[in-house]
Design a protein around this ligand. Structure first.
Ligand code: HEC
Length: 385
């Protein structure tokens, strides 16, 4: 009886927030209030735009350096004789901006925002690593695969990043194994850590693995997932009924969550890696989770259905190979350049053709971050109004 009442609480107070667009962790207040423009509006706008390098310069300077362009910088573009010369002057200035210490500061701020963490040495290691990849034009995929140098420090001015290895004995996989992130997003069952990874790097909320053929599993609504319905624990194998269908179909989200979360479960409340599961459950007296609570014994951890991941480095490798994860990285840079807020809610506003061209170029170019930023800030979609 007791267990059932807990589960009803879980159904209402945990599942619902996951669907209502709240951000994980402390990043609150950011309601993702994009402009709400649909694709028709985009198409119309795209057709009528004209080149305006000075307008673009103003936005680029604010984003890339935190300051407005100087009079000299404005005049250099204004006085260029034609569009071709203006383009050269503008692109040269973008490179100049991205070489300044203030660009490092802007990058740290951007990644703090994106990761919803930062401002102490522990919480800055992950954003500083992402900033370092951006400033040094390294591969975005190192966020998921780096095994050394993934806990750099940043000075008080946020203009100098110094490489450092992460401390501790746990596995290393970019920022996925970051102590600060594991601490910030600690929760029952490690589900909040999974949500952070999902929303930050895949730009979408759960449910994320949706089948074209929904199945009747005896609930009011069908099961829409791709994993076999029985592939996550119910009460015959675990202590929480993830196969419950009475209020909502838990499995729609938990098919994915439960196959990923055990990988993050060995980090304790301080984000420190332990050799055993160190996250609690919402059951009476908050006992520690057990593997059988997530999955039947026959199941293995995975990033997605058919994409097994036995440990966090494997998860990182699977994410690095995931086209949606790559696209999310590009979309986030676009979102930032265009001044939008929460990508998880606004991704669909950036025209897919625009993002796709950049994604292809990104992949062809070794996922180099600074080149991506340059490409976005110099693209037609940025310099035309
Ligand atoms: C729409 C997707 C979705 C559905 C449906 C869903 N969950 Fe979850 N659940 C999540 C996410 C995401 C989290 C992590 C939320 C967070 O901490 O930010 C979570 C967290 C939880 C937690 C841990 C909560 C805590 O105490 O921190 C439990 C337990 C849980 N879910 C059980 C269930 C059960 C049981 C059902 C069905 C009755 C269900 N969920 C339905 C997405 C979902």
């Amino acid at each position: 009886m007791k267990r059932i009442s807990i589960l009803l609480v879980a159904a209402t107070s945990f599942a619902v927030p996951a669907c209502t667009g709240q951000d994980p962790g402390t990043g609150g207040g950011d309601d993702g209030s994009g402009s709400g423009s649909g694709s028709d509006e985009w198409d119309q706008l795209l057709g009528t735009r004209e080149l305006d390098y000075n307008a673009a310069l103003k936005i680029a300077a604010l984003r890339l350096t935190g300051d407005l362009p100087t009079m000299d910088e404005i005049v250099a573009i204004q006085s260029a004789p034609d569009d071709a010369a203006k383009k050269v002057a503008y692109e040269t200035r973008i490179q100049d901006y991205m070489g300044r210490p203030t660009f490092t500061r802007q990058m740290v701020a951007f990644w703090r925002d994106t990761f919803k963490m930062g401002e102490t040495a522990e919480m800055d290691a992950a954003p500083a690593f992402a900033a370092q990849l951006s400033v040094e034009n390294r591969s975005y995929l190192e966020l998921f695969t780096a095994t050394t140098g993934n806990c750099p420090t940043v000075d008080a001015n946020l203009t100098t990043i110094t490489a450092a290895n992460c401390v501790g004995t746990g596995p290393q996989a970019g920022v996925l194994t970051n102590t600060g992130a594991m601490k910030q997003f600690f929760s029952n069952f490690a589900f909040r850590r999974v949500r952070w990874v999902q929303e930050t790097f895949d730009c979408a909320k759960f449910p994320v693995e949706i089948s074209g053929t929904p199945q009747d599993v005896g609930g009011a609504a069908p099961y829409i997932g791709v994993w076999p319905f029985q592939s996550i624990s119910g009460l015959s194998t675990g202590r929480v009924n993830f196969q419950d269908v009475s209020a909502v179909v838990c499995a729609n989200c938990h098919q994915s969550l439960n196959h990923i979360a055990p990988l993050f479960a060995n980090y304790d409340i301080m984000g420190v890696y332990k050799t055993t599961i160190s996250v609690p459950t919402p059951l009476d007296n908050a006992p520690m989770a057990q593997l059988s609570d997530y999955l039947p014994a026959t199941e293995q951890t995975a990033w997605r259905y058919g994409v097994a991941a036995a440990d966090l480095p494997s998860l990182g490798a699977a994410m690095a190979a995931d086209k949606d994860v790559q696209k999310c990285g590009v979309a986030r840079v676009w979102n930032w350049a265009l001044g939008k807020t929460d990508i998880v809610d606004t991704l669909q506003e950036v025209p897919i053709e625009t993002v796709q061209a950049q994604v292809d170029a990104f992949a062809a170019n070794g996922f180099k971050m600074k080149d991506l930023i340059f490409a976005v800030y110099t693209s037609d979609d940025f310099v035309k109004f």
